[in-house]
Design a protein around this ligand. Structure first.
Ligand code: MN
Length: 720
């Protein structure tokens, strides 16, 4: 006996906690499972070996305490292990991969989830964001155990808050009252909620709390007699009716009294003057019998009876509620429920989750609850009211992101960095060039995840890229890009159209400024256009030829000229093969001659439109260094027509070699546009063949066919 006491006395704090943990786990886990928990303890203790809490205790005492708190809601083995490891990713060199190897994916995911929530920092100026933050927590924690571990973590930190500096205490208290306590409340985890609130209240308003505590003590003394009388009366009646049950007086908690006084502007006695009792029975039918008994004792106030046993609340909460008119007319609130119902009311979601075997059904139900919670706007300090608003079944449609300043930005699920930029501000959206997600540079089309910290890099020269329309999700981004392009397109087209027209006019010996108004009006009428600007847009967009317009404008009286309409049609090129240019003037670069299927990039040149290059074109590399006007462009999913491409072939000078090449090319539906030959030594020659193909696939067929010819030694595409 003495020995055992000595042994316990000489226990180190971490040894004691480990022993308590294993004892608690012994109530509901198998011995082999507890062995695994011990192993996790060893692992965590080693990882934190050099670290200490501010109190001076070895760091491992904290995760052990968190795990111990979780045994109270019978957290399962994986959850307990994750609780022991919950700070290793954050504070030690251990990686998620290492955790996966050692403890499996399940545990690694839980630890990772808890670490992610750790990154969410509450700022006092962000009080208005508290609701968003709470939702974000729920949305981020794909596994409910993550939130439970986080709540237990916070609870232990609050219990040991005294060692922190007062400023830090208040900050943490704020966070606890604004975020963690309401979360616990939503999850129905009432005992944790009450403790968090009380600890938070104590740290934030120590004086107010003390004053209130005194008031409660005094009031309790005053009404003690009456409370006792009522309680005895109820008990006696119940016993006389042969009912097995407990009667407990309920008292409002300090923090909820305080909140009610502040929020409703009422005085202490108005809040405190409610006499409340709870009757806990063994069986459901006893609840109704107990109800009959108390209704017989004091008369019920009409309209105040609620049967949450027959009609449970959304989260499964069950009880009978009634209000009676007590002695001297004081109202008496009564709740009647079974032991099991009481468990659900105290531990909430955890009861669904853990009390019974965690079957598929209970998990589905708990998740349903969580989804409902995401939609709840109402937050109430009262344990009974927090579930009233949970009706809508909602899958989250939004994700919550952080700006570098710590603001929370809400965007639709599936949003990219561009959506985020537009959500912050249209100007940020239209000037964005790159993005950092969680400090890493990523492409603008990266899909964002809940809780990502996003930073947008902007540049004054940047403008919205039409390609963004292919991947943005939010209406705000889409509208922003469209509006910009529409304005931009017209402005650019007018400028370009004017320049082209000027050039053609000067070739014809005329000056743009000297064209008479009558001529212009006459032409506009003929074309059915409303203004000169509209005509310039048409030219700039490539819908009308500058040359023909110039000729028409300089036509002398009696001159036949060219019939404008018919000539235009045949001259229109089809520039819209490139997706992402949305009507800008597009040309394929002459240097690298891209064809559909090639990786491409567009170089925007004010006044010239977009020139599309092959991505590996030398000119692009140069341009990318000096000129940042490049755009992401993509081929249309279907392109029509023929595209010019150049190939270089080394040929043995044999009779009929060229003819064989020509016929091979035409056999495969390609046309030769031009051939230049470069004779070497009379033996071989290098031929440059410019031909037309539909796309890259077509070109590769041509090349394969040519390669098969015996006279061909080498063949390659020319890219500059
Ligand atoms: Mn922790």
């Amino acid at each position: 006996m003495d020995e055992a006491i000595n042994k316990i006395d000489s226990e180190l704090p971490e040894q004691k906690l480990l022993r308590l943990l294993c004892e608690a786990l012994g109530n509901y886990l198998e011995p082999e499972q507890i062995d695994k928990v011990r192993h996790a303890y060893q692992f965590a203790a080693e990882a934190h070996i050099e670290q200490f809490r501010i109190s001076g205790e070895p760091y491992i005492c904290h995760p052990l305490s968190v795990a111990l708190i979780l045994t109270e809601i019978r957290m399962d083995q994986a959850g307990i292990i994750a609780a022991l490891l919950h700070d290793v990713l954050e504070d030690t060199p251990v990686t998620k991969e290492a955790l996966t190897l050692e403890f499996g994916e399940n545990v690694a995911e839980l630890v990772d989830g808890v670490s992610k929530l750790t990154h969410i920092r509450f700022q006092s100026k962000a009080e208005a964001q508290a609701e968003s933050l709470r939702k974000m927590f729920l949305a981020m924690a794909t596994d409910l155990r993550v939130i439970m571990i986080k709540l237990a973590d916070r609870l232990h930190n609050m219990r040991t808050l005294g060692v922190m500096k007062p400023v830090k205490q208040r900050r943490i208290a704020d966070e606890t009252l604004e975020i963690y306590a309401p979360l616990a409340s939503r999850l129905g985890m009432n005992s944790i909620r009450l403790e968090l609130q009380d600890l938070g209240f104590k740290a934030k308003y120590p004086v107010r709390r003390r004053v209130l505590e005194e008031s409660v003590k005094r009031a309790r003394g005053n009404r003690k007699e009456l409370v006792g009388k009522i309680e005895v009366g109820i008990k006696k009646r119940l016993v006389n009716s042969g009912l097995e049950c407990r009667v407990v007086g309920r008292e409002k908690h300090l923090y909820s009294i305080y909140r009610k006084m502040i929020n409703r502007g009422v005085n202490f006695s108005e809040v405190f003057d409610v006499y409340a009792f709870r009757i806990i029975t063994e069986r459901v039918d006893s609840c109704y019998r107990a109800l009959g008994v108390v209704h017989n004792l004091y008369s019920p106030i009409p309209g105040k009876f609620k049967d949450y046993i027959a009609l449970p609340k959304a989260n499964g909460y069950q009880s009978l509620h009634t209000i009676l008119k007590g002695p001297h007319g004081v109202p008496i609130e009564i709740q009647i429920r079974t032991n099991e119902m009481h468990g659900v009311a105290e531990t909430g979601i955890a009861a669904h989750w853990l009390y019974k075997s965690s079957s598929q059904e209970t998990q589905v139900r708990a998740h349903e609850w969580l989804r409902n919670l995401l939609d709840s706007h109402e937050e109430s300090g009262d344990s009974m009211e927090f579930i009233e608003n949970l009706k809508v079944d909602l899958t989250p449609k939004e994700i919550y992101l952080f700006s570098p300043k710590g603001d929370i930005i809400k965007v639709p699920v599936g949003s990219t960095a561009v959506d985020f930029a537009y959500a912050v501000h249209t100007d940020i959206g239209s000037r964005c060039v790159a993005a950092k997600v969680n400090k890493r540079v990523v492409p603008l089309n990266t899909r964002l995840k809940n809780g990502d910290a996003v930073e947008i890099i902007t540049a004054s020269w940047a403008r919205p890229n039409p390609v963004w329309l292919n991947y943005v999700t939010s209406t705000k981004a889409r509208t922003g890009i469209r509006t910009y392009l529409k304005n931009f397109k017209e402005k650019e087209a007018v400028e370009l159209g004017k320049r082209l027209l000027e050039k053609e006019l000067s070739v014809l010996g005329e000056a743009y400024d000297e064209i008479s108004n009558e001529k212009i009006i006459e032409l506009l009428e003929e074309l059915g256009l409303s203004s000169l600007e509209a005509l310039l847009v048409e030219i700039g967009l490539g819908n009308r030829m500058a040359l023909l317009t110039a000729r028409r404008l300089t036509r002398k009286e009696g001159d036949e000229g060219i019939k404008l309409e018919s000539a235009i049609d045949s001259d229109i090129e089809s520039p819209l093969v490139i997706r992402g240019t949305e009507g800008m003037v597009v040309n394929l670069a002459n240097c690298c001659k891209p064809i559909p299927g090639d990786p491409i990039v567009g170089l925007f040149n004010p006044g010239k439109g977009v020139v599309v290059h092959h991505q590996s074109c030398k000119n692009v590399a140069e341009s990318r260094k000096n000129n940042r006007n490049w755009l992401d462009v993509a081929w249309a999913s279907k392109t029509e027509g023929q595209f010019v491409v150049e190939i270089r072939v080394e040929v043995l000078n044999q009779r009929g070699a060229l003819a064989a090449i020509a016929s091979a090319i035409s056999l495969i539906d390609s046309n030769i546009e031009n051939i230049t030959m470069d004779d070497h030594d009379g033996h071989t020659s290098t031929d440059f063949i410019r031909l037309t193909v539909k796309d890259r696939l077509h070109l590769s067929k041509v090349i394969r066919k040519l390669r098969a010819l015996p006279s061909i030694l080498k063949i390659a595409r020319v890219m500059s």
